[in-house]
Design a protein around this ligand. Structure first.
Ligand code: FAD
Length: 398
């Protein structure tokens, strides 16, 4: 008797969804991806994809495609607002970490993983916004979409991001994302300086901690060519997003914050072509990541505020880890597999979330004395910390 493959419905075709689909397809599952947007997303800023995330992309068979549209990060430079280099953290070390860290636009990363899923014959359905899930005993689990259509499967994975409707549908009591009190406007400017630019050129990512706020920048390849991608993080009331809407207003606010910081920060702000204003939200710890035959992964389960630069990498690790457990499940119920997934993944994601919250505190406004102390600590602790990062950057799922 032939056993029909298990049917996986993946809600969310962002970063984690298509990568999970690639692994599950390889392991013999019948997979479909459902995405709310009407087509592949060209939106989003630039992200740093750390070695641990790149190790997952290598296992998924897309690392070369990702390297072709990204810039290899050689090291992370920690500077003060006057342009003084405080410490340098080597971002790539093949022997310790495996793949190099890269800088990439979220849109380019998304495009690579979605294209690969489609090449592998995985249906990616667009304009399918999940609104509800029906999970009744002895029946297939059913996803209901906004357009009135439905899909039936054996289990559902919510890879639908920080505002997950899968989460809302199966655990309406779960805490909602909360504003962290920090805005993170970011944008793209023409490449500045004499940077040698190319898809695989080696570049520094600059992390600049000021007395009031933070500024970071790195070079990326966008669909319009090489650009410098930058972002600023500072305390701001949430309603400032509603009050400051135009590019000119945002630019003015950013120049008020960083206009007297060292080169090239004022220039990057003055020449900005695009500016997006992003409020940073955190998802308080969820009581659980799964309910019956539905499980959450990536930002839907544990949004990692961007300060650790690990959101996409954690989502990718989740995808590979879950696929591996499902492959090895040998008839174990989905409920049980999902409980094991949470039990084994949570300690790591909790640790990374704690790290991100710690980094966030360094971006808060501080007194002149506290700022001086912070700079001394950066000089001492960044080189020390960079020596013990295997647990984070060298992580590989066997
Ligand atoms: C300002 C900022 C900077 C960041 N910087 C970094 C960084 O440097 N490094 C890093 O690793 N991470 C960074 N991140 C985080 C990173 O972008 C996310 O962690 C990552 O994209 C999570 O992947 P995901 O697949 O879980 O969710 P997403 O990539 O958000 O994908 C979710 C998908 O689900 C779709 N969707 C939503 N609702 C529904 C629905 N009801 N039905 C169907 N589809 C739906 C969405 O359209 C989307 O395509 C940053 C985030 C922010 C906000």
């Amino acid at each position: 008797m032939t056993v029909s493959p298990k049917r996986a419905l993946i809600i969310g075709g962002g970063i984690a969804g298509p990568v999970l689909a690639l692994f599950l397809k390889r392991y013999g599952f019948d997979v479909q991806v459902f995405e709310a947007l009407s087509g592949p997303s060209g939106t989003g800023g630039g992200i740093g994809l750390a070695s641990n995330g790149m190790n997952v992309l290598a296992a998924a068979g897309v690392v070369e495609q990702v390297r072709d549209v990204s810039v290899t990060a050689d090291d992370w430079a920690f500077e003060n607002q006057h342009g003084k280099l405080l410490a340098c953290w080597p971002a790539r070390d093949p022997a310790r970490y495996g793949q190099p860290s890269v800088m990439i636009t979220r849109a380019a990363l998304h495009r690579v993983v979605v294209d690969r899923a489609e090449e592998q014959g995985i249906p990616v359905h667009y304009s399918k916004r999940l609104v509800r899930i029906d999970d009744r005993p002895s029946r297939p689990i059913v996803a209901h979409f906004e357009d009135g259509s439905t899909a039936e499967g054996d289990f559902i994975v919510g890879a639908d991001g920080i505002r997950s409707l899968v989460r809302q549908s199966v655990m309406p009591e779960a805490p909602k994302p909360v504003y962290t009190g920090m805005m993170s406007p970011g944008g793209f400017s023409p490449c500045i300086g004499d940077v040698s630019y190319g898809a695989r050129s080696n570049q520094q990512t600059h992390f600049i901690f000021g007395q009031k706020g933070f500024f970071g920048y790195f070079n990326v390849v966008t669909s319009e060519g090489p650009r410098t991608c930058w972002w600023s993080t500072a305390s701001a009331p949430l309603d400032s997003k509603e009050r400051i809407t135009t590019k000119a207003e945002l630019q003015q606010r950013l120049l008020a914050l960083h206009g007297d910081w060292a080169h090239p920060i004022p220039q990057l702000l003055q020449s900005a072509e695009v500016i997006l204003n992003v409020p940073i939200h955190d998802v308080p710890d969820l009581p659980h990541w799964s309910v019956n035959r539905t499980v959450l992964i990536g930002d839907a389960a544990h949004a990692v505020a961007p300060h650790s630069g690990q959101g996409a990498s954690m989502a990718l690790e989740d995808a590979m880890f879950l696929a591996k457990l499902l492959r090895e499940s040998n008839g174990t119920s989905f409920e049980k597999v999902f409980a094991i997934f949470e039990q084994q993944r949570r300690p790591r994601t909790d640790k990374v979330i704690a790290l991100g919250r710690r980094y966030a505190r360094q971006k808060e406004n501080m007194s002149a004395l506290a700022y001086w102390v912070q700079q001394q600590m950066t000089r001492v602790f960044v080189p020390l910390e960079s020596k013990k990062q295997e647990w984070l950057l060298g992580y590989k799922i066997e």
